[in-house]
Each structure stands twice: as C-alpha cells, then as structure tokens.
Design a protein around this ligand. Sequence first.
Ligand code: FE2
Length: 359
Amino acid sequence: MFRNFKTVERIIFGRGCFNQLEDILAEQRTAARPSVVFLVDDAFMRLPLKDRLPLHDQDLLIWVNVDDEPKTKYVDLLTDQVRQAMAAKKMDLPAGVIGIGGGSSMDLSKAVALMLTNQGSAADYQGWDLIKHPAVYHAAAPTLSGTGAEVSRTTVLTGPEKKLGINSDYTVFDQVVLDPELIADAPREQRFYTGMDCYIHCIESLTGTYLNAFSQAYGEKSLALCRKVFLEAGPESDDQLMMASFFGGMSIAYSQVGICHALSYGLSFVLGIHHGIGNSIAFDYLEEFYPDGVAEFRRMLAKQHITLPRAVVADATEEQIEKMVDVALILVPLWENALGKQWAQIMTRDSIRDLYRKM
Ligand SMILES: [Fe+2]
C-alpha cells in the first residue's frame, strides 16, 4: 500500500509576503463566522511583529507560551478559551486559526483547529488517523524554520502517557505564509537547533529503509540547502533555511525519521528538553548509525560556534531512564525506517538505555 498523503493547500513565499495575510484571511471571514483566532508565540508580545497582525475587532489574539513543548492539557485549555470567546460573541466557530511562531506555536494552532470540531481531549487523538471531523481552517506563518511543522500532517503533543502526534489528513495546514524576513531575528542558538531538526530529518530520511525517489528528491535538495545555510552562511540564508525546512518536511512525509528522533522524544517527555536541542544532543552519540551525518553535524557546530549541552541525563533516576526507553520504543515506524523490519533484534532496551546514559 502506498501512502496517499495530503499536502498544504496554499503556499505563499517571499520576503514581505506576511503583509498579504489580511487579504488571505478576508477570503475565510464570513458573516456568520467573522472571527479569526491568532495564536502567537508570546516572545513577540513586545516585538514589532505584534503591530503587523491583521487584527479585526471580532478577532481573538492569544499569546501562547512555548517555554514547555505543547502539552495536550494546554491544547484543551486553549480550545476552551476559544470556545468561550466564540460563545460570548454568539458564534459557533471562528473563521480560522492562525499560528505564528516556531514549531510549537504552529503545532498548537493545528491542534486547537482540530479540537474545535472534535469532542474530548487532545490526548484522545494522539496516534494515527483518530480524528473524525475536519478541523476549522488553519494557517501558519513560521518565525523559525527547521521543524517542518508548516508542511507535516502531525501536531506533536506531550500527553499524560506519551509524546506522540495527532497524525491525520485534517492536521495539515490549509495555508502557509513563508516569509523569510520573519525568521531573520530569531535567537542564534534557537535558529541553529531548529535548523538541525531539519538537517537530521534529511539524514534520517535519506539513510532510511523507507526511502523512495520522492523523499530522496526533497531530502537531497533540503540537505544541500542546510549545508549552504550552516556551512557557508551567505546572504540568502533565511530564504534557503525556510525552503530547507519545507523540503525536509516533504521528504519525511513519504519516508520517516529515525533513531535520533525516537531518542529525542524520550528526552523531551521525561526531561522536558525541546525537540531541536534534544535531537542535537542525541545525534552526537549516533556516529555508529549515521557516520557521515554526525561528522558533518560537528562541522556545523564548529562553524556556528555552538557548544552542545552535555550530561543532561546524568541526574536522571533509573525510573526516568526506563520511561525514556518506553517512550522511544513506542515509535515503531521510526526504528523500522532506520534499521529495517528486524530492528528489534538490533536495538534492544539495553542498547537504548546505554545510548541514553551517554547523553
Ligand atoms: Fe523533527
């Protein structure tokens, strides 16, 4: 069976294209549903982007906090907040939900758009194709590039039991606004670690057993762009990184990520380490599996003057390490992509635990 996957319906790209958001949203506003919900990373609360949001009187602006990675509880809270605001305005649903920020803000906006039309808690839908009803219209304008959240069919959430995405065709954005000017002022380390998420998507996709010509085409181009961005750092870097992220996301849409992502999910679930930095921490210990990728990653670290955090697992209890192993092992498709159908014979609980202990 071949995957028949959905992609983002509309894409606008170019420096300054964020200014067209007003016109883009105008097409979605109706008399019955005039309100747009903006979920914006609260890092922008005091930055000029705040004054460029095309806000109407009926709209709802929610500053989202992404100090922690998105949790199902937080999604439920935000969804309730939107529902109450809509009820107060005597509307059933908003015209759309717009996420502005990095991967976490984009994922929150996808999740809220889904939960507005699906009953229960976001935690009920962590998994593959569990969503029953289409989401409300949702769009994103990334201010950080690398996660591929702008193109993926998942929204990665930490629930009470596990860190796992809500994977569905309905999760995919209806519109993305790719304006390289929006990523120009990202903090240096955050930009690097988020960019490495993309680099690692490419390495894991291109070396995986799921690879086909489709994911290879996107993965190779994305990888070439990552090299330009992090080893050459020319004036086009913002444009290139934005496209690398998009293409990296397209590459894993038809393949899968691998060992580094599985381990990073465990670090994130138990220790609260953010995805990009967790990937970078884990990747440095995966020379055995990705020798060329890890060597090049280290050149990128040196070129960008980044020092990786060390000994992050040193103070973890036995129980915490076992939980990390559990979380990593849930992600069967990732292991299978990396190591083939017999992956469980190669990667045992003991070998995963040993890897974590090094970090
Ligand atoms: Fe990732």
